[in-house]
Design a protein around this ligand. Sequence first.
Ligand SMILES: NC(=O)c1ccc[n+]([C@@H]2O[C@H](COP(=O)([O-])OP(=O)(O)OC[C@H]3O[C@@H](n4cnc5c(N)ncnc54)[C@H](O)[C@@H]3O)[C@@H](O)[C@H]2O)c1
Length: 254
Amino acid sequence: MLLKNKVALVTGGGQGIGAGIAWSLVREGAKVAILDRATGPAKELVDEINSSGGTADSWQVDVTDYAALNDVVGEVDKAWGSIDVLVNNAGVVVPPGPFMDSDPADWDHILDVDFKGVLHGVKACVPRMLRSGGGAIVNIGSDSAKFGEPGIAVYAGAKGAVNSISKSLAKELAPSGIRVNVITPGIIETPMIDLARSTPDGRAMIDGTVSTIPLARMGAPREVGDVVVFLASELSSYLTGQSISVNGGMLMIG
Ligand SMILES: NC(=O)c1ccc[n+]([C@@H]2O[C@H](COP(=O)([O-])OP(=O)(O)OC[C@H]3O[C@@H](n4cnc5c(N)ncnc54)[C@H](O)[C@@H]3O)[C@@H](O)[C@H]2O)c1
C-alpha cells in the first residue's frame, strides 16, 4: 500500500471525480476526510468505504468560507492526528455560453470556489503538514485552461490561476518538504459533465470534443484518482510544480 495510515483530505469529495479520488486513496491505505458542501452523497460514500474495510469520514463545509474550512481541517487533524495529503478538488461550472452573455455574479461564484477555494485549502492545511515534516498537495485544474475552450472562459481562467498559483507554491513550499502538483482532467464522466450537457450548445461542445479524443471515450473518476495516488505518494518524490493532463490524449503539449 502506497499511503498506509496517511491522512488525506478531498474537497468536493462527495461525488464525481472527488469520489473516485477518495476510493483510490482508500485502496492505498489512506484515511480519507471528505469535505463537501452537500451532505447526502458524502455520507453514502463514507458508509460504502467503511463497509468495504476502508476508513473515511465526511464533514460538511463550503470551501469559499475560509474560517469554516480551517475549523474543519482542525477537526480532522484532531481526530486522526495529522494532515498528509490535500486534494483541492471542489469546483463548479455554469452552463456554457458566450462570455459576453455571462453574468458577473456567476464570475464571482466560479472564482470563489474554483480559485479561492484552493487558496483556502492550502492556507488551512500547510501549517498542519509542516508539523509532520511535509506532505503533498494535488490541485485539480482543467485542460480547458491549457487549450482555450470557448463558452467557459471564466471557468478556464480560474483553472489557469490554479496552475499558476501551484507553481509559485511549489517553489515556496519545497524547502518544507511539501510538494504541489496539478492534475488537469480532460472530460471525465461526472454529474458536472451531465450539467454541462444539459443545454444543446453544451451537449454539442462536449460530444464534439469527445469525438476527437484518441482513446475515444470520456474518462472515469478513478482514472483521475489513480494519478492522485501517484502524486500523493513517494512514487512521485521528485515531482513538484507539475501539471499532468488526464485526458485520453485529447491535448498533447510539452
Ligand atoms: N468532469 C470533468 O470533465 C472535469 C474536467 C476538468 C476539470 N474538472 C474539475 O474536477 C473537479 C471535480 O469535478 P466533477 O466533475 O467531479 O464535479 P461534480 O459537480 O460532479 O462534483 C463536484 C463536487 O464538489 C462539491 N462542491 C461544489 N462546490 C463546493 C463548495 N463551494 N464547497 C465544497 N464542496 C463543493 C459538490 O457538492 C460536488 O460533490 C472540479 O474542480 C472540476 O472543475 C472536471
